[in-house]
Design a protein around this ligand. Sequence first.
Ligand code: SAH
Ligand code: SF4
Length: 346
Amino acid sequence: MTERKDIKSLTAEELGEDLATLGLPSYRTNQIFGWLHQKNVTSFAEMLNIPQNIRQTLSERYYIAVASIEKKQISCYDDTVKYLFRLSDGEMIESVLMHYHHGYTICISTQVGCRMGCTFCATGKGGFSRNLSPSEMLAQIQTAQSDNNIRIANIVLMGMGEPLDNFDNVMKFLSLVSCEKGLNIGMRHISLSTCGIVPKIYELADRKLQITLSVSLHAPNDTIRNRTMPVNRKYPVNELIKACRYYAKTTKRRITFEYAMIDNVNDSDECAYELVRLVKGMLCHCNLIPVNNVTETHYRRSQKKRLLQFAEILEKNGVPATVRRTLGSDIDASCGQLRGKHHAEQ
Ligand code: SAH
Ligand code: SF4
């Protein structure tokens, strides 16, 4: 028997072409696509208006990707929910659902693990297992929506993994999730975070999508960045910034620079001035985050006073900056932390 195909990773057009070869008319494609993307079914048996013989044929040729809830933690400070999802092959990934005044935002994973090895990151410490399919990215959103009986308004690709290291699947996910016949979450409601894979930033820019690009900078020079982010040895700071300037100019979208403040590593006044020189004049904004404590690292978060002083230097020199509040800090809501713990407990 040939291997079954991942039906939820097909666009409406691809599904239509496939189903036409089985002799199904286009209204069936619309019905099936609707069940998969809007009604969130996890089996063909639930497709009630599809005749039994067609459901049987579908289940012989296709499978429906799922993300089942393995573990769930709810923060006692706010409404943040952290999920550990199990995929069909038993791999585990994390997503975090946050409730802001303007609606629900979900932070999803794009890979099982990550090969970038940033020294402050729990996911990086765990190594890489495999890429996620577009359907597995969708399934995280769909399961969280059904579990809470809500509609999610915003998506951030900031969970486990490096989205630009899984470029084709992430691009396909973006087109599926924003499609009118699907979850219909517009590109303007989606942010993608990268550690800085330079050639892919150019490629993304040329697609002129309306998404927000976040760049995890975390250091203003190669000396510090080489130490904390190995990807910098391949794509150094100046090349990364050049690519970011190109991105901002091409898409006319404001870039967010993520900067995790680590005590005595990247939080000096000097670092702040260096950061100003680096990004000055670019359509951008800096997000300062106190680094999350991760077991097995020796990093400590910067003092609140230090963060505010750093932000003030940026602001006074014309670089917009915010100090981000941390949601769900009691539930390991930093990527890779829950999965790491789960593995350690087994
Ligand atoms: N791989 C992508 C997206 C996933 S990581 C990237 O690196 O951008 C999502 C964000 O969490 C990144 O900005 C990353 O730098 C940050 N991050 C990872 N570990 C962290 C920690 N211990 N404290 C604060 N931020 C962290
Ligand atoms: Fe990967 Fe991002 Fe973690 Fe770095 S910070 S190891 S790129 S997930």
